[in-house]
Design a protein. Sequence first.
Length: 795
Amino acid sequence: MNLSVFTQYYPPDFAATGQLMEELVTYLTQQQVQVQVFTGQPTYAFNASDAPTHEVRGGAKVQRTRVSKTRKFLGRTGSGLLYCLRSALHLLKQAHRGDLLLLTSEPPFLFVVGYVAHRLFRVPYVCLVYDLYPDAIVEFGIAQEKSLVVRFWNRVNRSVWERAESIIVLSETMKQRVVDKAPQVSRKISIIHNWSDPNWIKPIPKSENPFAAQHNLQNNFVVMYSGNMGRCHDMETIMDAAEALQQEAVQFVFIGAGPKRQDCIDRAEASGLKNCLFLPYQDKEVLPYSLTACDLTLVSVGAGMEGVVAPSKFYSALAAGRPIAAICESHSYLRQLIADANCGTAFQPGDSLGLVAFIRYLAKDSQRQATMGNMGSNYIKNRFTPDLIGQEYLQLVEQAVLKDSELRRGLVNREFQLLYQPLYSLRTGILSGLELLVYWQHPQKGLISPGEFLQFAENSGLIVEMGQAWLAEAFSHFRHFTENWQHPLLLKINLTAGQFFHPSLVPMLDQYMDRHNLTGQQICLDVAEEALMSDGAAATAILLQLQDRHIQVCLENFGQGATSVKFLNRFALNAVEIDRQVVNRLEFDPEADTLIESIILLAQGINLEVIAEGIETPKQLARLKALGAGYGKGFLFSKPRPYSEVLAQVLVESTPVPYVSEAKPKAQQNEDAPLILVIDDERGMRRLLRLAIAKEGYRMIEAETGAAGLELYRVHQPDLILLDGMMEDLDGFECCRRIRAEESAEAKVPILMITALDDAQSISSAYGCGATDYITKPVNWELLRQRLNRILPPQ
C-alpha cells in the first residue's frame, strides 16, 4: 500500500505534532507501508534553518516546500494557504497520490485539498484532526459563531467529512463536537490518542539529570510547563500559583513559545517573581532530560477549548514518570485519563488555590510523588506507545483502501474464517461458551483481524449480508458443539450497530434456532454501548423481542467509558463484559482493581453476569476470581481456534481448566455484626454500598434523605454512619452537625463522609462539622474496606 501524508510541520521542525507524525510514519514503513510525506520547510526548528528539499527519513520519502516562517496569526494563515496551494499542485502528479491520502488539520484548510483530489481523481482520504476549526477561532474571539465565515466553514467541513473514508480525532470530547455539527459522519470517526515512546522518554532521577544540573533545578521542588503557550492554554492560573508560592522552595519552569509566553514573562517581571524560569523549545534530543527535570508536570487547556485542542505533551509527561496536574474543564478527557492512570489530579481553570495546595502536598510527600509518577509511566507503556497506537492507525488505513468488491469476492471465495474462543466459568473451570470471531484470509494482505475490516463492512452496508452467511455456518457448528458437550454451552456473537438494528436480525435468529434445534438461552449477543445509545427507543424494542425469546444480551467493552447505573437499568441486559485493557492493568494498577470491583458490585446489584476478556496471566485470573467475576476468556485458556480444533480438542475436556477451582461458599451474616447506617439519595450508590458492606460481614440499614437518616439514627443507634455530602433536602454536612449535636460525648458514632466533593474547602468543612473521615466518589473500594475494618471490628 502507498500512503501519501500531508502535514505542514515535520522534523526537524520541533512542533509536537510533526514529531508525532514522524514516529507514526516510521512505524508504518516498518509494517511494509510505502509512505511519502509532503511538508513545509521548518517553521519551529530550533535553529530555524532549512532542511533538505528531498530526503529519505525514517524509511519514508520526504519532500519539503518553502513557506513563511512568521508565527503571527495573519502570517501563519498566509503560510497555511500557500502550503495548501502547493499541496494541490503536488497532487496533480499521479505518483504523488498513492492509494490513500492522510491529511492533518495543520493547516486547518488542508482537508479541502483532499476533498478536491477525491472529486477529481477518486483517491480516498483520511482526515486527522489535531485542532478543530472553525471552533478554535470562535473560542479565541476572532469570529462569531453565527458569522458568515464560520457558517461557511462549517458547511465546507460537513462536505469534506462526508466524503472522507475516515475521520481521526484525539478525544471523546472532540468527537462530540464533530458529531454535533455533522451527525451523519458519527460512524466514520475513530478516536486515536496521541502517544509517547517509553523507550525514549523514561524516568530519570533529578539528581542524575544533566538538564536539571545545567539549570540549577536539583534542589528546589520544580513545577514544569513544557509546550505551546498559546491562546488555548490557561497560563493565568499557573502564574497565579507561582505568585502565591514565590516565598517557598518551589521553582516554576516554562519551556516553549507562543502568544502568552511574553505575557507570562512580563507578569513575572512586574511582580518580581524570582521563582520563574523561561526557556525556549528544546531540540528533540534534549526532551528525555528536559521533561524529567521536574517534580510535577503541568498540562493546561483553557476554558471553552475542551474538544478543540488536545495537548500532545500530556503523553510525554506520563512517560517521564512525574505526577501530572491538569488545568481543564470538568468534562475534559484529561480528567478521565489521569483518574485511570492514578498519576495526579485536575483543577478547574482559575483554581490556583487548589493547584497551590496540591503542589505543597506533593512537595512534602516524596513517596506519593514517586507512586504517581510510576503509575503514569506504567500507564503509557500499556496504553499509548508508538506500537500500540501505530497498530490502530495501520488498521484504519488498511480499512480505508479496502474496496466493496474485495469484500464481495472474499465472501464468494470463502476467504473469511470462523474461529471460536472458549469462555470458561471462573467458579467451576468448566467450558461454558464459545465466542465467534471472524478473520479474513486476504489473498494479498494475509490474515486480517476483525477490527481491521468490520467497520469498513459496516460503513459499506455489506455487514448484514456477510453476517447472515457467517451466522448460518456458526449455528451449524454450534449444534455439533452442543451434541458433543455434556454441559450447558453458550454461543457468543458480536454484532455491529448495523446488524443489531437491521429488521432481519430477529427473524434470522428465529430461523437459525429452529433449523438447528437451539434455544434462546444458548445464544448471547454482544453489543456496544454506543450502538444502544445511538437510538435508545429502537434498541429497547429489539431488546424486548430478544428477551421474549430468552436470547441473552451482553454489553461489551465495559469499563472504558463512563457508563452509568441508569444506563444499565434502562436496557434489558443479561451481562457486561469487562474490557481487556482494564483486565490487562490488573497486575500493576490499583485503580483497575478498584474499577473492576465496582463493576462487579454494580452488576451483582442488578442481576447481571460479569465476563472478563483478555485474561493472560494466572495473577489476573486469581484476582478476577477473588473479586467475583463469573466468566472469563483469554489466551491463558486458549487462543481463538477453527471449528475442527474446537471440536477435536476443547470439547473432549473432562476436567476443569487449570487455575480455576470451585468457589468457596458465601459466609452467613452474623446477626450480632456491627450495624452501618447508609444515608445517600442515589439508589445505585446505596446498592453498591450494600453489597460492599455485606461482603465484609456487616449489617446495614439505609435512608435516601438526610431527614430519614436522622430518624434511623435515633431509633437504631448504628455503629457507623456512611453519609453522602450532597443531598437535596438536608445535605450531609448539616446532617452531620445535627447528629453531633444530639449525641452524648460518651457515645459518639463514627461518621464517614462519602461524596463527590473533592476540593480542599469541602474536605475542611466535613471535618469541621464532625466527620470522622472522608472518602471521595468514585469510591476506591479497597480504601473503603480498609476504613471499615479500621473503625469496626473485622467480621
